[in-house]
Design a protein around this ligand. Structure first.
Ligand code: AHR
Length: 530
C-alpha cells in the first residue's frame, strides 16, 4: 500500500499542541434536517442452526447455567443492555420447513422433527429438532430483552392457512378464537402483538427455488387473507441476494413486476435484502493475511451500492418509495470454522476485522436511513457474524458486540450530513490494486448531542483528524475507540476480553476538535456544539 498523501491544509494549533497538517478533515452539519435513524437498523437474527438456539440462547429450565425460564441469563441481560430493537426468528432456511404448531404446548410432548441444517453436520451428530424452543419461548425472549419480534413464515413448504393461524394464535384477543384459547391454555392469556411478518426467506433458494414471478404470486396468496384485524401487520417480502456477482437485480425487478396492477393494500412494507461478505479477490489468501483484511472490508463497503441499486429499481415500480429495504441478513461469512465446537455450525472467530466491517456497515445503514426500515445481523450468537459466543457455562462478547454498544448513540437520532476529506488508501490484492476509503462514518443528533462514528481500515497508519461543525463551534467532545495492536486480535471463550473499547484523547480548541485515530480502529464520539 502506498503511503497516504497528507492534506496540505494546516490546522489551527491546539493549546500547547504542535501545528500539523491533518490527514483527514471532518465536518458535521448539526443544524441540517435528516431522516430518523430507526433503532430497527440495529436488529438481530437467530435461527435453529448449530449452536444459535440450543446452548447459545436456550439452555433449558433445569440447566445449571444461569437462566431465566430456560433462556441464558447473560444473553438476555446483554441484549437488553444493548437495547436490541428486534429479533428475527426462526430462520433463515429453517423457516421454510418450520411448522409452528410443532413448537407449542408442553415441551416434553413436542415432536422431534427434521432440521434443514442437519445436512451440514457430521453424521455422528444428531442435528434433529427438539422443538423445545418455540413460539412462546421466542416471544418470552423478546419480552425479556425489550426487542420487537419478527417472525418469518413458511412459504416454501407451508400454507397460507398455517401462516394465518400463526398470526391468529399470536395476536387474537383473549378468548376470541379457538387459537386464542389454545394460546391461553399454553400459558399466555394476552396477545403477543407480533407486527413484523416475513413472507418466506430466500425464496429464490432454500425457501422454494422459485422464479421471481412465481414468488410474487405466492406472496400475494399468503398475504391477501391475512388476519390483519388484530394488529396492522408489517409484511417483509423475500428479496435478493446481494452476494451474487450481479447483485441479483433481476429478482427485485421480477417481483415488483408481479405486483403491478394489484392492490397497494397487499404490497410489502419491507423488501428483504441479504448480503453476506465473503472474500471476492483473495480466495487463496489466509484468513489473517493483509490481503484478506482489505478484501473483506472493501467487499463489505459494497453494501452501499447494493442499497442504491435495489432502491433505484424499487422506485421504478413505487415512485413514492412506500416500500423500504429490510437488510435482514448481513455480515462477514468466514470460511467454514465451527470454532465453538463441531455441532456449532458456522461459528466463527470473533475478530477485530469483523468488528470494523460491522461498523462500516452500520454507518452505511445510517447514511441511508431514509431507505432502510430494518436490518438484522446474522446471526447474533455462536454463528456467522456474532456478537456473542457461548458454550455451556462459558460466554464471550465479540468485538462486534462492542461496535453495537459504541453505536448506541445513533439509535433514534436525526441523521445529519457528514463530510470527510481524506485521500483514499491504495490497497493491493495480489497483482491487483484498488482504492479503499481511508476514513468513513456517519453522524446523527439526539438530545442536542452529536454521535459521530468512524472507521479507519488502514493496517499500518494512524490518522490525524480535524473535526469542525458547519455554522457552530465544537464545545466538548469525548471519544471511545475499539482497536488492538494486533489487527487479527479476537475474543474467544478462552480469552473473552482481548478486544475491548477504551477512551481516546480529543483536543478541543478554536471551535474545532483534533484527534489521532489509530490504525485499524472504530471510533465513536459524543460531541456538544454551540
Ligand atoms: O444465516 C445462514 C443462512 O444464510 C440462512 O439460513 C439463509 O437465509 C442464508 O442463506
Amino acid at each position: 500500500m502506498k503511503r497516504r498523501t497528507f492534506l496540505k491544509a494546516a490546522l489551527a494549533a491546539g493549546i500547547g499542541a504542535p501545528a500539523r497538517a491533518a490527514d483527514a478533515e471532518i465536518e458535521i452539519r448539526p443544524a441540517e434536517p435528516g431522516p430518523t435513524v430507526s433503532p430497527h437498523l440495529y436488529g438481530h437474527f437467530i435461527e435453529h442452526l448449530g449452536g444459535v438456539i440450543y446452548d447459545g440462547i436456550w439452555v433449558g429450565t433445569g440447566s445449571r447455567i444461569a437462566n431465566i425460564q430456560g433462556l441464558r441469563r447473560q444473553f438476555v441481560e446483554d441484549m437488553k443492555a444493548l437495547g436490541a430493537p428486534n429479533i428475527r426468528w426462526p430462520g433463515g432456511c429453517f423457516a421454510d420447513m418450520y411448522h409452528w404448531r410443532d413448537g407449542i404446548g408442553p415441551r416434553q410432548r413436542r415432536p422431534r422433527t427434521n432440521n434443514f441444517w442437519q445436512r451440514d453436520l457430521p453424521k455422528e451428530i444428531d442435528g434433529t429438532e427438539s422443538n423445545e424452543f418455540g413460539t412462546h419461548e421466542f416471544l418470552q425472549l423478546c419480552e425479556l430483552t425489550g426487542a420487537e419480534p419478527y417472525l418469518a413464515a413458511n412459504v416454501g413448504s407451508g400454507s397460507p392457512r398455517e401462516f394465518h393461524d400463526w398470526a391468529t394464535y399470536c395476536n387474537a384477543p383473549p378468548g376470541l378464537t379457538t387459537l386464542a384459547r389454545e394460546r391461553e391454555a399454553n400459558g399466555r392469556r394476552e396477545p403477543f402483538r407480533v407486527k413484523y411478518w416475513g413472507v418466506g426467506n430466500e425464496s429464490w433458494g432454500c425457501g422454494g427455488n422459485f422464479k421471481p414471478g412465481e414468488y410474487a404470486t405466492l406472496y400475494r396468496r399468503f398475504v391477501t387473507q391475512f388476519p390483519a384485524y388484530y394488529l396492522e401487520p408489517y409484511f417483509i417480502a423475500a428479496g435478493p441476494s446481494g452476494s451474487r456477482e450481479d447483485g441479483h437485480l433481476d429478482w427485485t425487478r421480477g417481483f415488483f413486476e408481479g405486483m403491478i396492477g394489484h392492490s397497494r393494500r397487499i404490497w410489502p412494507h419491507g423488501w428483504a435484502l441479504h448480503y453476506y461478505t465473503r472474500p471476492r479477490r483473495t480466495p487463496n489468501a489466509s484468513e489473517d493475511s493483509l490481503e484478506r483484511w482489505y478484501d473483506i472490508l472493501a467487499a463489505g463497503a459494497r453494501m452501499e451500492s447494493l442499497i442504491e441499486d435495489h432502491w433505484r429499481i424499487m422506485g421504478e415500480f413505487d415512485p413514492e418509495h412506500r416500500v423500504k429495504l429490510v437488510v435482514d441478513e448481513w455480515g462477514v461469512w468466514q470460511p467454514r470454522a465451527d470454532v465453538v465446537g463441531p455441532r456449532y455450525l458456522f461459528s466463527q472467530v470473533g475478530n477485530l476485522r469483523d468488528a470494523l466491517h460491522a461498523a462500516l456497515t452500520l454507518d452505511i445503514f445510517n447514511r441511508h436511513a431514509d431507505k432502510i426500515d430494518m436490518a438484522n445481523i446474522a446471526q447474533t450468537i455462536n454463528c456467522i457474524h456474532s456478537l456473542f459466543a457461548a458454550r455451556e457455562d462459558r460466554f464471550a462478547r465479540t468485538p462486534t458486540f462492542y461496535v453495537f454498544q459504541l453505536y448506541r448513540g445513533h439509535l433514534g437520532g436525526r441523521r445529519i450530513p457528514l463530510r470527510i476529506q481524506a485521500p483514499d488508501l491504495r490497497v493491493s490484492f495480489g497483482k491487483q490494486a484498488a482504492p479503499l476509503f481511508a476514513l468513513a462514518g456517519s453522524a446523527s443528533m439526539r438530545d442536542g448531542r452529536c454521535c459521530l462514528t468512524l472507521v479507519s481500515p488502514s493496517a499500518d497508519e494512524d490518522l490525524f483528524a480535524s473535526l469542525g461543525a458547519a455554522g457552530a463551534a465544537i464545545l466538548e467532545a469525548r471519544a471511545s475507540v475499539l482497536t488492538h495492536t494486533d489487527r487479527n486480535a479476537a475474543n474467544s471463550l478462552e480469552s473473552p476480553e482481548t478486544v475491548k473499547p477504551a477512551g481516546l484523547a480529543v483536543t478541543v480548541s478554536g471551535a474545532k476538535a483534533q484527534l489521532r485515530i489509530p490504525k485499524h480502529s472504530v471510533v465513536a464520539l459524543e460531541i456538544r456544539t454551540g
